[in-house]
Design a protein around this ligand. Structure first.
Ligand code: IDP
Ligand code: MG
Length: 139
């Protein structure tokens, strides 16, 4: 199933401001099947580990604080070409550059608080899915 799954998080500000349902609707309307989903709050340690690839970037501390400030919705999504198609659906990191019809164009507040995560490769999708879910939580 390697190139058929991706991992997403609806980020804390989007959960807090009530857009979870709208984002899930967009995900399903665009042909993704939910294989796993849960509401959870990341500790600072978990957020730091999840985003360890960015640990040398100037925004890393801000990113770790933000991603652990409240609950997120974590999910594994299935679709042919899932990683690429989901990156297209979420849009550019900076909502000012995100295309019409994308999740970030509709719901991101800023380049930092941008509503939704999407894996950037098949390899990372599997790593991220296994970071958040045990086998018994995947359907
Ligand atoms: P992505 O989420 O579109 O893959 P990445 O470059 O992997 O973007 O960055 C991870 C996350 O870090 C972004 O989604 C955003 O929340 C945050 N981020 C990225 N660039 C900046 C920045 O320049 N300032 C503040 N936060 C940023
Ligand atoms: Mg990324």
């Amino acid at each position: 199933m390697a190139n058929n799954i991706t991992f997403t998080m609806i980020k804390p500000e989007a959960v807090a401001n009530g857009t979870t349902g709208k984002i899930i609707d967009m995900i399903i309307e665009n042909g993704f099947t939910i294989k796993a989903m849960k509401l959870k709050q990341l500790s600072k340690e978990e957020a730091g580990e999840f985003y360890a690839v960015h640990s040398e970037r100037p925004f890393y501390g801000e990113l770790v604080d933000y991603m652990s400030e409240g609950p997120i919705v974590a999910a594994i999504l299935e679709k042919d070409n899932a990683v690429e198609d989901f990156r297209a659906l979420i849009g550019s990191t900076d909502p000012a550059e995100a295309a019409e019809g994308t999740i970030r164009k509709a719901y991101a507040e800023s380049k930092a608080k941008n509503a939704c995560h999407g894996s950037d490769s098949d390899e990372n999708a599997l790593i991220e899915a296994n970071f958040h879910f045990s086998a018994s939580e995947m359907f």
